[in-house]
Design a protein around this ligand. Structure first.
Ligand code: HT7
Ligand code: ZN
Length: 859
């Protein structure tokens, strides 16, 4: 497949200031007439051919200025129309079968309704168009369809007229006054009901809000509505951004490749990020809804009003919008806990990407299939990069930068460079060297040493940015590090400082220390780097117990466990060393359980052990199975050692009644963590408590955390709870997803056989991405199942890739990176993972999505 390079960007030859779309809707056959007003772009190169992108559609008729013409031709899937003048009206008719669209890109059918997904290149599956984000048009849409089948007809902007026909069809006319790129177009037609509300903007504009769902689901939409209203208010206060239409529609669909889509005025959501009630949604589900609702709403400015010039600039909208949604969620709940969760996400998904064959900068240089670049790097590292600018500038100056960016580029298709320039000018920072964060891939490694002489402590930092595919040599980047130096005697520090490491190696001297201080570094995770600092368990226990930066406290706890487990894996520690390591961890855990100044939400966070994926990241070549076993052994030891503390904690938090407030949520989190360790220490006690918690649960968080523990165990309680869960929630797809997910992610000895059986369960289907992910992504993320030495886990994922690719390439391609990590895995398993990739490659007909990922993973 052709490789598209960032450097090859050229402005469009033709602009399309206006488009009128006419849809005759049908589930199996939809007919589209598109009327494009095209004008020659003065910034173009002056060609006389209009190139309209298409994908799996054929032109039924082509007219120029009202006349049927023949001087058009197809170039691959694109339609080329010869045009002689400066401005023309080009009309093209197409037809498609939405029910046959299993890729879920373009116009497709889901649960009897019709909906669209156009980002990144789905619009070309609906009609021929210059389907690139720097062509902005004003859209008028007319749609007609059977009234009984599609009583609700929605598109972007405002509804300007509706009517009925004698034949049982009806129609609606929509107009969106804001020029937009084609990827933001949306249409929905179906039998839907809405939760309605109103929001008054800061300037007094009345906005009608609707969350559209299938009948019966409306009572599960209130949290989404509350989150939407909170997002609208927050964006006014935090970024000065006001909503700009009289209507904001959100539609929930059950078949969706990603989380949601920010189409102008008509967001389309995966049901997963809309529907919640305590009986069926966990606290994490509630948080996910708040953050995704916020994310899509914030795109109205960071993405829609200011869009991307080309897809290499994707992080311009995604990185910035992730940062905005992170700040929003932090303001809505616990800031430190949100920060810890965001860092866990980054380390779990982005760090492995950055150290593997698919590593790329947040602004990539080339791609074969753009859908493969909706990555943790573009999104989450992109957010971290912008967060660093904010940290260096301070909140107020950063706001001046973003104000300037929005003002300067409103209505434009901008670049990452435009963003950095605006931040530079708005804040007064010099970001010349900082721009390297946009062009260099790889997670910087910062090695740290702290020495002491006289009354001076000297901190020496050295950075290296590892080589990544296509980028062998890297330059040092500015790394802002928030630090504090604790006096060992007083247990206090004299204030936090921000230092910026911008050289390969640099020393910083600090006076006034009679003894070597204890260093707290990268507080708040001020830079997305890996810190290499071998230090005494004693210092980590000190910080885990008292660091006044909550993230640093969490980090100390994690480092304590990481250092121990990495050393212990594969019998790397003598008995006495292992006992000493465990004792230090036990002491830190006991302090956390006992600390009355800690809230339970934070306690729950601090009690979470680092994941196997993160532990595996710490070594060049890992045996994930051995890491898993060692981690389980530590849990078993902790569960036994702290049995009375854990059962007391479990009893205390179990007495807190259900509520959505922070205290009750914290209680549920601490309860889940306590139960995991209790069951690790004593399976019988764990089973008894878990089944009691399961039976008594009046909410999904408690029910799910109990079932998670039961799934790992053998015995009648497991079977009872799994059968009850399935029967209790039959018909609720999102909860049945949990049933699949819990079984595929557990550490039961028979997990692979369970997954195989579940793949044949009547509730399993390859055509629903949520269901596929619930079963198979859970397996790919399960160190025990996926890395089973038989290689069966790899084969199951390989088989899935081969079977799913013809149906839904985008969802399929997301599984490839899990096999693609073979170079970082011990040789026996690595060979099996590689063989699986080779078998996929050997299959003749692969999608562009999968071919790119497999090719790079083998390359
Ligand atoms: N901007 C949206 C991206 C998206 C997407 C991309 C490719 C294929 C399907 C998709 N659905 C949504 C989502 C977001 O980041 O806000
Ligand atoms: Zn986004």
């Amino acid at each position: 497949p052709p490789v598209i390079h960032r450097e090859d960007y050229r402005p469009p030859e033709w602009l399309v200031p206006q488009i009128a779309l006419d849809f005759r809707l049908g589930i199996d056959a939809t007919h589209v007439t598109a009327k494009l007003s095209v004008t020659r772009n003065p910034a173009g190169e002056g060609g006389s051919t209009l190139r309209l992108n298409g994908d799996q559609i054929a032109p039924l008729a082509v007219r120029v200025d009202g006349e049927a013409v023949n001087d058009w031709r197809l170039d691959g899937s694109d339609l080329l129309v010869a045009l002689s003048g400066e401005a023309h009206e080009v009309e093209v008719e197409t037809a498609m079968n939405p029910a046959g669209n299993s890729q879920l890109m373009g116009l497709y059918a889901s649960n009897g309704m019709l909906c669209t997904q156009c980002e990144a290149e789905g619009f070309r599956r609906i009609t021929f168009f210059p389907d690139r984000p720097d062509v902005l048009s004003t859209y008028s849409v007319r749609m007609a369809g059977d009234k009984a089948q599609f009583p609700i007809l929605l598109s972007n902007g405002n509804c300007t007229a509706t009517g009925e026909n004698a034949d049982g069809t009806h129609w609606a006319q929509w107009h969106d006054p804001w020029p937009k790129p084609s990827y933001l177009f949306a249409l929905v037609a179906g039998d839907l009901v809405a939760n309605h509300a109103q929001f008054i903007t800061q300037s007094g504009r009345k906005v009608d809000l609707n969350i559209w769902v299938r009948a019966g689901d409306e009572q599960r939409t209130q949290h989404a509505m509350d989150s939407l209203i909170a997002s609208m208010k927050w964006d006014e206060q935090a970024f000065g951004r006001e909503y700009d239409l009289d209507l904001f529609n959100v539609v929930a669909v059950s078949d969706f490749n990603m989380g949601a889509m920010e189409n102008k005025g008509l967001n389309v959501f995966n049901t997963r990020y809309v529907l919640a009630e305590p009986e069926t949604a966990t606290d994490a589900d509630y948080d996910g809804i708040e953050s995704v609702i916020g994310h899509e709403y914030f795109h109205n400015w960071s993405g829609n009003r200011v869009t991307c010039r080309d897809w290499f600039q994707l992080s311009l909208k995604e990185g910035f919008t992730v940062l905005r949604d992170q700040l929003f969620s932090a303001d809505m709940g616990s800031e430190p806990v949100k920060r810890i969760e965001d860092v866990r996400t980054l380390r779990g998904g982005q760090f492995p990407e950055d150290s593997g064959p698919l590593a790329h900068p947040i602004r990539p240089d080339s791609y074969q299939e753009i859908s493969n670049f909706y990555t943790a790097t573009v999104y989450n590292k992109g957010a971290e990069v912008i967060r660093m600018m904010r940290t260096m500038a301070g909140t107020e100056r950063f706001r001046q930068g973003t104000d300037l960016y929005f003002d300067r580029h409103d209505g434009e298709a901008a670049t990452c460079e435009d963003f950095v320039k605006a931040i530079e000018q708005g804040t007064g920072l010099d970001l010349t060297q900082f721009r390297l964060w946009y062009s260099q891939a790889g997670t910087p490694q910062v090695s740290v040493s702290l020495t002491h002489e006289g009354d001076v402590a000297t901190l020496t930092l050295a950075q290296t940015v590892p080589a990544t595919p296509d980028q062998a040599d890297k330059q040092p980047m500015p790394i802002p590090l928030r630090i504090a130096l604790y006096d060992r005697d007083t247990g206090c520090h004299a204030g936090e400082r921000l230092i910026v490491l911008d050289k390969a190696k640099e020393s910083f001297a600090f006076g006034g220390f009679a003894r070597l201080p204890v260093l707290s570094i990268n507080r708040g995770f001020s830079a997305p780097v890996a810190i290499e600092f071998e230090r005494d368990a004693e210092d980590l226990v000190f910080l885990a117990a008292r660091d006044d930066d909550p993230f640093a406290r969490y980090e100390a706890m994690q480092s304590l466990v990481v250092q121990h487990l990495v050393a212990a894996v594969g019998g790397g520690l003598a008995d006495a060393e292992r006992a000493a390591g465990r004792a230090a961890i036990g002491k830190a855990f006991a302090a956390i359980i006992a600390d009355e100044a800690l809230d339970d939400l934070m306690r729950g966070e601090l009690m979470m052990l680092p994941t196997v994926a993160y532990l595996a990241e710490q070594v060049l070549v890992a045996d994930p199975y051995a890491i898993h076993e060692e981690r389980e052994a530590l849990k078993h030891w902790l569960g036994g050692e702290l049995a009375s503390e854990l059962t007391a904690l479990h009893d205390r938090v179990s007495a807190v009644p259900y509520g959505r407030d922070a205290a009750a949520r914290g209680a549920r989190k601490a309860k889940a963590q306590a139960l995991i360790l209790i069951a690790s220490g004593d399976a019988a006690e764990g089973a008894a408590r878990a089944i009691a918690q399961y039976r008594a649960a009046d909410n999904m968080t408690d029910r799910q955390s109990a079932l998670t523990v039961l799934c790992n165990l053998e015995g009648p309680e497991r079977d009872e709870a799994l059968a009850d869960f399935h029967q209790r929630y039959q018909g609720n797809a999102l909860v049945i997803d949990k049933w699949f997910q819990l079984q595929a992610s557990c550490f039961h000895p028979q997990v692979l056989n369970h997954v195989k059986a579940l793949a044949g369960h009547p509730d399993f289907t390859l055509s629903n991405p949520n269901r596929v992910r619930a079963l198979f992504m859970s397996l790919a993320l399960n160190p025990k199942g996926f890395h089973d030495v038989s290689g069966e886990g790899y084969r199951l994922i390989g088989d899935l890739i081969r079977r799913l690719d013809p149906l839904n390439p985008q969802t399929t391609a997301r599984f490839v990176p899990h096999l693609g990590r073979w170079r970082r895995i011990e040789p026996v398993r690595a060979a099996m993972m590689r063989a699986e990739l080779e078998a996929i490659m050997a299959q003749g007909e692969l999608s562009r999505d999968v071919r790119e990922q497999v090719g790079k993973s083998l390359g």
